[in-house]
Structure formats: C-alpha cells, structure tokens
Design a protein around this ligand. Structure first.
Ligand code: HEC
Ligand code: HEC
Length: 297
C-alpha cells in the first residue's frame, strides 16, 4: 500500500472515531437558551401534546462510548489502519490457508481413496457423487450453472453433445488442463457480407432451423472454408472442439444472428485449467460427477 493510502486510511478512520465522540458529547451537552433537562420546551401540538427536553438515558450514552472503545480495540487487533498489520497479525490469506489445511486433514484421505477408483466405477458411488456435486457447485456453477445445464457460451455438461468428447479420460483432461476453442473470423474468406449471409443460412439449414433455401444453396460451396474444422458435413471435430453444427444444440445461440457473429468475429471459448487450483484428486472426482450426469441422460 502506498504511503499516501496508508495515511489516507488512518486519517479517515481515526478522524471518524473522533468525530463520533465529539458528536455524542456535543449533542448531549446542555445548550444556553434551551429548556433545562426534564422540562417542557414550550412546543405543543394538538392542544396538549407537549415536548420535553429529556436527555438520552445514561446507559444508552455509555453504550455509544462502549461501542467506540470496542471499535478502537478492533482497529488495534486487526489490520485496519493502513500498513499497520494489527497486533493479531491476522490476514485473509492465512485464515484461508488454515481452513484449507484443516479441510485437507479431514477429507484428504477420502479424496485419495476416490482418486484410486476408475471414473465409471466412482460415478456409481452415491456418496462420492454427492461430494462431487458440492465441488461442482462451488467451483464450476458460475459458468456451467448449478444444474450443469450451461448458458450461452458455456456448454451444458449434462447432455449427450460434447465439444471435446465424453470418454472419462477426455472429460478429465478438459477439467485438468482446461480448453480453448478457437475460431478465427472468416467474413473475408467467404466473400464479405453476402457470403456471410449465405453461409449462415447454410449452417441454419444443417440442423433444419428456419433459413432461406436459395441463400443456403449458395452458401454450401463456401462452407468448404469451414469444413477443415467443422467437417465436410458440419458434424464438428472433437479434437479441436469445433462444434457439431447439425444437431440443433448450440454453444452460442442458434439464431442466424449468432451464427453470423461467429463468422464475422470468430469465437474463443475458454475453460480455465483446474489442476493447479483444485489438484488432481478433486478433478478426478469432478470428472466422475460430470460423467455420471452424462450417463443419466
Ligand atoms: C470461467 C468459466 C468456467 C468455469 C469456472 C468452468 N468452466 Fe468448464 N468450460 C467453460 C467453457 C467456456 C467451456 C467451453 C470451452 C470451449 O468453448 O472450447 C468449458 C468446457 C468444459 C468441459 C468440456 C465440455 C465438452 O463439451 O467437451 C468440461 C468437461 C468442463 N468445462 C467442466 C468444468 C468443470 C468440472 C468445472 C469446475 C471445476 C468447470 N468446467 C469450470 C467455462 C468454465
Ligand atoms: C480453425 C477451425 C475453424 C474454422 C475454419 C471454422 N470454425 Fe467455426 N468454430 C470453431 C471452433 C473451435 C468453435 C467453438 C468456439 C468456442 O469454443 O468458443 C467454432 C464455433 C462455431 C459456431 C458456433 C457454434 C455453436 O454451437 O454455437 C458456428 C456457428 C461456427 N463455428 C460456424 C463456422 C463457419 C460457418 C465457418 C466457416 C466460415 C467456421 N465456423 C469455420 C472452429 C472453426
């Protein structure tokens, strides 16, 4: 933290404490010209509703002071004042590491035992799959959805359609090392705007989606540019994660607009590698969980 920030934080924090003390002292002190404590102020409403100048109860006032003292204690104990580490030397990272270590001691043996079983066998173990589901919800649901149903740009992991393949080893490799589907922009290669429109209509026709038959016919020849990755029939290529375009299951949306966007701008889906983050054993269990979802279809 820079020297400026260090002092900025200290001055604001300590200043607000002193400000609170002053405010309480100032507002609880009698003022000249005011009705003295316990007397009527002279304001009346509805004929007989009178206002008294009653001070805050003492115990209430002392609660304010007490909370300020406790607050100061916190600022000394925890890192609250700029670069000052606090007398407890507490840090978020240290707390996280201690919790992780405790969890490892508690569950480590279990993950190790799971990791020794082949994925298809593990996928049949109900208790293991419950743990797998919890891991999935913690680490994967932000992108793939808590039910693994996916979202635009994030594949569903519970259908029978796979970008990279459904074998236990492939699923594990997807999670362990991550994936990056790369499709460069192709507008120029298919002849500009008109060509994009034609090829897009051809792509729509592959899965029987609404399209313009004339344009689709013209686009068929131009699909040769795409065939290198998506295959001559558009059935995709799992070795590079090129989606099957004939099955009406879409990674991005299945609208003509989304298909044109793919051709004009390219697509670049990234699945982050988990090995370093979760370790091999947890990934093994997660792979079994995903495998079990696909088997349930
Ligand atoms: C930051 C978002 C993100 C997170 C977090 C994430 N994924 Fe993914 N995942 C993706 C994307 C995007 C793809 C598709 C990659 C592509 O387009 O090539 C993908 C692909 C996959 C695939 C391959 C699917 C197929 O059809 O072949 C599997 C399996 C997978 N993810 C599992 C997981 C698991 C398990 C986790 C949790 C540990 C996880 N993902 C966390 C974004 C994410
Ligand atoms: C270099 C290989 C490559 C070529 C050539 C290629 N694509 Fe792709 N395409 C991919 C990959 C990989 C993806 C998946 C991108 C991702 O994971 O984000 C993709 C995704 C798509 C998608 C999105 C599919 C979905 O399910 O949402 C469409 C549509 C598409 N491509 C159409 C085309 C068309 C049309 C052409 C020819 C003009 C073409 N692609 C050429 C590799 C390629």
């Amino acid at each position: 933290m820079s020297n400026f920030l260090h002092w900025f934080i200290i001055i604001i924090s300590v200043g607000s404490f002193l400000g609170c003390v002053w405010l309480i002292w100032w507002s609880s002190r009698p003022r000249p010209g005011e009705a003295s404590s316990g007397e009527e102020t002279g304001h009346t409403w509805d004929g007989d509703l009178a206002e008294y100048n009653n001070p805050l109860p003492r115990w209430w006032l002392w609660m304010f002071y007490l909370s300020i003292v406790i607050g100061l204690g916190y600022m000394v104990f925890y890192p609250a004042l700029g670069n000052f580490a606090g007398t407890s030397k507490w840090t978020q990272v240290k707390q996280y590491e201690e919790e992780m270590q405790r969890a490892d001691e508690k569950y480590g043996a279990l993950f190790k035992q799971y990791a020794q079983q082949p994925i298809p066998q593990l996928a049949g173990d109900t208790a293991a799959m419950k743990t797998g589901q919890r891991l999935f919800i913690n680490h994967c649901s932000t992108c793939h959805g808590s039910d693994a149903g996916g979202a635009t740009g994030f594949p569903s992991l519970k259908d029978r359609d796979w970008l990279y393949g459904s074998s236990p080893e492939t699923i594990k490799a997807s999670i362990l090392n991550g994936r990056n589907g790369v499709m460069p922009p192709f507008a120029a290669a298919v002849g500009g705007e008109q060509g994009v429109d034609e090829v897009a209509n051809y792509v729509m026709s592959l899965s029987g989606a609404p399209h313009d038959a004339g344009k689709a016919l013209a686009g068929k020849a131009k699909f040769a540019v795409c065939a290198g990755c998506h295959g001559p029939e558009g059935k995709g290529n799992q070795a590079i994660g090129a989606p099957n375009l004939t099955d009406d299951i879409w990674l991005y949306r299945g609208s003509i607009g989304a298909v044109k966007k793919a051709i004009n701008e390219g697509r670049n889906g990234v699945m982050p590698a988990q090995l370093e983050y979760l370790g091999e054993q947890k990934v093994h269990l997660l792979a079994a969980y995903i495998y079990s979802l696909s088997q349930a279809q």
